[in-house]
Design a protein around this ligand. Structure first.
Ligand SMILES: Cc1cc2nc3c(=O)[nH]c(=O)nc-3n(C[C@H](O)[C@H](O)[C@H](O)COP(=O)(O)OP(=O)(O)OC[C@H]3O[C@@H](n4cnc5c(N)ncnc54)[C@H](O)[C@@H]3O)c2cc1C
Length: 372
């Protein structure tokens, strides 16, 4: 006879996936324990309060979705503001609006009508006459022409990947959306915004009345944690779960340099991309603008793409052939588990936006609990 365990679910990782799962399981009367190796809950959406400003500690996070159900879900925990992402690009002392739209085309060429802009782009593409792009540079040139590519894409992309655009595969860029209206809204989604009071409010809402233990690494004593609960929701790295037996999955990493400035407004916008290769960072984020802050000081973050090594934070999965093959092997093992559910960006080795993570957690919950 097996003894009843203390918890029904152990949730490894308190990011959005783990928090949504824990919330939904608790709502269904299940006893949950959430553990996280960091000293705070929330995973990568966590914000740190500096000078009264919510600083997005692991990179700027802007919530956007087309899915009304997901929008209503997050708004049931915290109200969202009307922040609209409209980044700028800084190139050789000049500013350009993003995403590529009539404002950008006016700034680049002085063209004022959509017809003029289309003709300009088309003539640039035709002049190059690239038939079969063999690398990212040729691909981008064949889609958008040299002016936009050189000023707004090349340096930024090369910094992001740490390699020259001619060494990068063409498939990385499939489309380069252009908009022939004067519209600087980065996203096409119906809903977007930032939680009023920051993302921690969302996570606190999800984890309300749920036991959370911080600074606890599952791998330091996995037998002990396994013994505590009937089922495990695992949102950490899947290769680590299987002791790297098929090899390590690779990532790109980032370094964030946060700076406090004694000015009320540093750059007048939340996001400014630096598209020259010579400037070592890719973006400067000024966090207060996400929440229309009026604090006397400001906090900015310079974002530097970095090679990933095992001790650095894994940010972006590298879904190339090698890693995809390795991941498939781990996934096969995971599919055979009856008491462990794998979910989230690290366990699924996939880049997910927040709304997608929430959608995927809600889906797994409903399949698991047989709601459908
Ligand atoms: C730089 C950057 C910018 C982004 N910007 C946006 C954006 O603007 N809009 C958007 O929608 N999405 C954005 N995202 C995506 C967003 O961060 C993710 O969708 C979301 O945070 C993923 O949640 P998760 O629960 O899967 O993972 P995570 O948030 O990474 O949570 C996993 C948790 O598990 C814990 N953990 C891991 N291993 C262990 C272990 N062994 N023991 C205990 N705990 C463990 C970790 O400490 C972590 O807290 C961005 C991502 C990055 C990297």
């Amino acid at each position: 006879m097996s003894l009843k365990k203390e918890y029904e679910y152990l949730i490894v990782g308190s990011g959005l996936f783990g928090s949504v799962f824990a919330h939904e399981a608790t709502k269904r009367g299940k006893k949950c324990l959430v553990i996280d190796k960091r000293n705070h809950a929330g995973g990568n959406v966590y914000c740190e309060n500096v000078e009264g400003i919510n600083v997005h500690k692991y990179g700027a996070h802007i919530f956007h979705t087309n899915d009304k159900q997901i929008w209503d879900y997050v708004n049931s925990f915290v109200e969202f503001n009307r922040y609209t992402n409209s980044p700028l690009a800084f190139y050789q002392g000049k500013l350009y609006n993003l995403p590529f739209n009539m404002n950008t085309f006016y700034q680049l060429w002085g063209v004022k009508t959509p017809q003029e802009a289309k003709e300009k782009i088309q003539s640039q593409i035709e002049e190059l006459n690239i038939q079969e792009p063999s690398n990212l540079e040729e691909q981008a040139l064949s889609l958008i022409g040299p002016d936009i590519y050189e000023k707004l894409i090349k340096g930024y992309t090369e910094k992001q990947w740490g390699r020259s655009a001619t060494e990068l595969p063409a498939f990385i860029i499939k489309r380069l959306p252009v908009r022939f209206t004067y519209d600087n809204n980065y996203f096409n989604d119906k809903y977007q915004g930032i939680p009023i009071g920051g993302y921690n409010k969302l996570v606190e809402g999800l984890l309300k009345d749920i036991e959370v233990r911080l600074e606890v690494d599952y791998f330091e004593d996995r037998e002990k944690w396994n013994a505590l609960a009937d089922k495990i929701i695992f949102t950490g790295k899947i290769d680590q779960y299987y002791n790297f037996q098929f090899g390590q999955l690779e990532y790109r990493s980032l370094r964030f340099d946060h700076e406090v400035h004694d000015v009320q407004n540093y750059q007048g916008n939340a996001v400014v991309n630096y598209t020259e290769r010579e400037v070592p960072y890719t973006r400067i984020i000024e966090h207060k603008h996400f929440e229309f802050g009026t604090q006397p000081k400001t906090v900015i973050t310079k974002e530097y793409p970095k090679e990933w090594t095992a001790e650095k934070e894994p940010y972006y999965p590298i879904n190339d052939e090698r890693n995809t093959e390795i991941f498939k092997k781990y996934q096969q093992l995971a599919d055979g588990e009856s008491n462990v559910i794998f979910g989230g960006r690290l366990a699924e080795y996939r880049y997910y936006d927040m709304h997608q993570i929430i959608g995927s957690a809600l889906k797994k919950v409903s399949v698991h609990f047989g709601d459908e």
